[in-house]
Design a protein around this ligand. Structure first.
Ligand SMILES: *Cc1c(COP(=O)(O)O)cnc(C)c1O
Length: 388
């Protein structure tokens, strides 16, 4: 066989796998492992959503849908954008894909030519750089620290923008940091991107998981110029606890979505049919369940932050969105992989090493777990840190 695809060959295998398999082994050996490594909500999908999918199956909704998704779902998403995000996207400007991850992969493939640069604020969600590489692009990282509140500024963009810079990824609220930008900060970042003709890929998957009375604002909603220059990505996984259903969606300029449709028609045909009928029910009837889940996450957020921030040597930015905290543990002198491995081996507590997100000073704790597990886990973490 001749040489494999260069883009694929450049992908790094997941660095978190080693920790995950070690944790699994421990559970198999009968140990109780406090698991803060999950990347998904712990709640079951709300019943109304499940029932809608079951009904769809029973009604024989088991064939291909149009490439961009069931027209009724695209219309419901168009209504959602108007209502939640003050955005006017026609159904023809929306495409449903097989998860937000799939949406983003298609976005980069649609957008990039070989050598195009994409600005990625770090810490970043671990798939962005690899998706950009697969699409032939070059990720350019903007590093931020806990002291900077894990936020980039317009000056960062000014410094790194070149004639090859095609796009910037904005993920607010963020996985892994739980940090979100204020509307004024987002606007300033967008203005700078516009000035350099850099498209904005806005990953708004955690839009509804926001706390302290904050309101997530969509990048595309600031002005016509922003709207024309932004690709908005969202999905059902996190908001409705539907990770296994595999449904995400993209909205943007008509010609962009048309090109994405052509790509999706050849690599997925369309997303799962009965899952889409569940998604329609999520949009129509899921709001109260979302409120309940977000309230539970909020209570856990307060507790985990309070306990983690009180541990000597840990530096913690209080998260205002998503369901993660991202403490800086660099004062203990271990890299994030060693810290995470030892924490698992010595205290049976699983976290994700920050190196996976381009931040070797930190570890990611997800609070998609019960309150008693949070209490137990923070006791273990405190004991471990005291020992170092
Ligand atoms: C979970 C997640 C996604 C998409 O997840 P899907 O399950 O593929 O919809 C996208 N972006 C971020 C930042 C995420 O954390």
């Amino acid at each position: 066989m001749k040489k494999l695809n260069d883009g694929i060959s450049a992908i790094k295998p997941s660095q978190t796998l080693a920790i995950a398999s070690l944790a699994k082994q421990m559970v198999e050996h009968g140990h109780k492992v406090c698991n803060f490594a999950a990347g998904e909500p712990d709640f079951d999908t709300p019943e109304v959503i499940k029932q809608a999918a079951i009904e769809a199956l029973n009604q024989g909704k088991t064939k291909y849908t149009p490439v961009a998704g069931v027209p009724k779902l695209c219309q419901a998403l168009s209504d959602k954008f108007k209502h939640d995000n003050k955005l006017d996207y026609k159904p023809s400007q929306i495409i449903v894909s097989c998860g937000g991850k799939h949406s983003l992969a298609l976005v980069f493939q649609t957008l990039l030519n070989p050598g195009d640069e994409v600005l990625i604020p770090a810490p970043y969600w671990l798939s962005y750089p690899e998706m950009v590489r697969v699409a032939g692009g070059a990720p350019v990282f903007i590093h931020t620290t806990a002291d900077q509140g894990f936020k980039i500024t317009p000056q960062h963009i000014e410094r790194l923008a070149t004639s090859r810079t095609k796009a910037i990824v904005i993920n607010s609220p963020s996985n892994p940091t739980g940090v979100m930008y204020t509307p004024a900060e987002l606007h300033a970042l967008g203005e700078t991107a516009l000035k350099h003709d850099i498209a904005i890929v806005s990953d708004e998957i955690y839009e509804k998981m926001v706390y302290d009375g904050n309101q997530q604002v969509s990048m595309a909603s600031f002005s016509k110029a922003f709207y024309d220059n932004t690709i908005t990505v969202n999905g059902f996984s996190k908001t409705y606890s539907m990770t296994g259903w595999r449904l995400g969606y993209t909205a943007g300029p008509e010609n962009f979505i048309k090109a994405m449709n052509a790509l999706q028609s050849h690599c997925a045909s369309a997303p799962n049919t009965f899952a889409q009928w569940g998604a329609i029910a999520a949009l129509e009837k899921g709001e109260s369940s979302v409120k309940e889940m977000v309230a539970a996450f909020d209570a856990r957020r307060h507790r985990i932050y309070e306990l983690a921030a009180a541990i000597p040597g840990i530096k913690c930015v209080k998260p205002t969105g998503a369901f993660y905290v991202f403490p800086d543990v660099s004062s203990f002198g271990l890299d994030s992989m060693v810290f995470s491995k030892r924490l698992l081996e010595e205290e049976h507590m699983a976290v994700v090493p920050g190196v996976a997100f381009g931040a070797d000073d930190c570890v990611r704790l997800s609070y998609a777990c019960g309150m008693s597990e949070i209490e137990d886990g923070m006791t273990r973490l405190a004991r471990f840190c005291a020992k170092l």
